[in-house]
Design a protein around this ligand. Structure first.
Ligand SMILES: *[C@@H]1O[C@H](CO)[C@@H](O)[C@H](O)[C@H]1NC(C)=O
Length: 275
């Protein structure tokens, strides 16, 4: 039986679990349409953030040799952004936007914007198993920390977070057929699953979810979608996950899967300036 997954932003990847079922997206799509978003619909099951509710959220317009894409990220220090490996693989340059609310509005006064090509991908990143989907971007100029641009604390320790409310955010699609990024930053909350609960949701998740993953329930048709990749999952103001992949449809109420931050704390510290 085919396994129906997609990586949220997949242009450069070979088909992974089943060649017929993997939904390969054209990454050009988000970038070319970035000035053309007219949707007033919401993230899958979510709602508009209030201005600067999430001052650590980062927007990334990424150029690759043949394609472009949009991803999320989180500011973890004034010099470093945490995002997904699958966003960074093959990246030539990244246009980094801090302090945004309407990502399509370049005139926002509290924005900070710069281009960088300095990044590092986790050495264990594996696009065939979706393992270690994590990376760091280094800013050329330190971010100015103020009311609109702030860092987020990363989770540490051994808590599984199962049963707690997790909040994921981003400017990604609000429904499967959307053809642009979403202007206003969206967020949605749901309970975090234990990994066993996650695997029980759908046979396709079995054998894929390991201890380096963390799942958010998709109940109520809530979750992330293309364009949210690399963004944070937050519990009580602490980042516990990085948006990685989900079931083929964003509207199937299936769990959203994240890289589990606590499994990568040492690597993040070694490769950034947080301690
Ligand atoms: C976002 O900004 C763009 C560019 O200024 C504008 O056209 C669009 O209407 C704004 N979207 C919303 C939802 O305000």
């Amino acid at each position: 039986m085919g396994v129906k997954y997609l990586l949220l932003l997949v242009g450069i990847f070979q088909p992974i679990f089943s060649q017929n079922d993997v939904n390969i997206l054209n990454r050009d799509f988000f970038y070319q349409n970035k000035r053309d978003s007219s949707s007033s619909l919401r993230i899958v099951g979510g709602q508009d953030a209030t201005p600067h509710q999430f001052p650590f959220e980062v927007g990334l317009y990424i150029d690759y040799q043949l394609k472009n894409a949009f991803c999320g990220g989180s500011l973890i220090s004034s010099n470093y952004i945490l995002t997904a490996a699958h966003c960074l693989e093959g990246a030539i340059s990244l246009d980094v936007i801090l302090g945004a609310q309407n990502i399509s509005d370049d005139s926002e006064s509290n924005r900070q914007r710069q281009v960088t090509s300095a990044y590092v991908i986790h050495p264990d990143w594996d696009s065939t198993t979706y393992t270690s989907d994590i990376g760091l971007v280094k800013l050329n100029t330190p971010a100015q920390i103020n009311d609109y641009v702030q860092t987020i604390t990363l989770a540490s320790g051994s808590d599984s977070y199962a049963g707690q409310q997790g909040t994921v955010l981003g400017w990604g699609k609000t429904y499967d057929d959307q053809t642009t990024v979403t202007d206003i930053l969206q967020y949605v909350s749901n309970p975090i699953f234990s990994n066993d609960e996650c695997k029980a949701q759908n046979p396709s998740y079995n054998g894929i979810i390991t201890d380096v993953h963390l799942c958010l329930s998709g109940v109520g048709n809530k979750g992330f979608c293309q364009g949210d990749s690399g963004g944070p999952l937050v519990v009580n103001d602490v980042q516990v996950g990085v948006v990685s992949f989900s079931y083929k449809s964003c509207q199937a109420s299936m769990p959203s899967v994240f890289a589990r931050v606590t499994k990568f704390t040492d690597w993040i510290k070694e490769n950034s300036d947080i301690n």
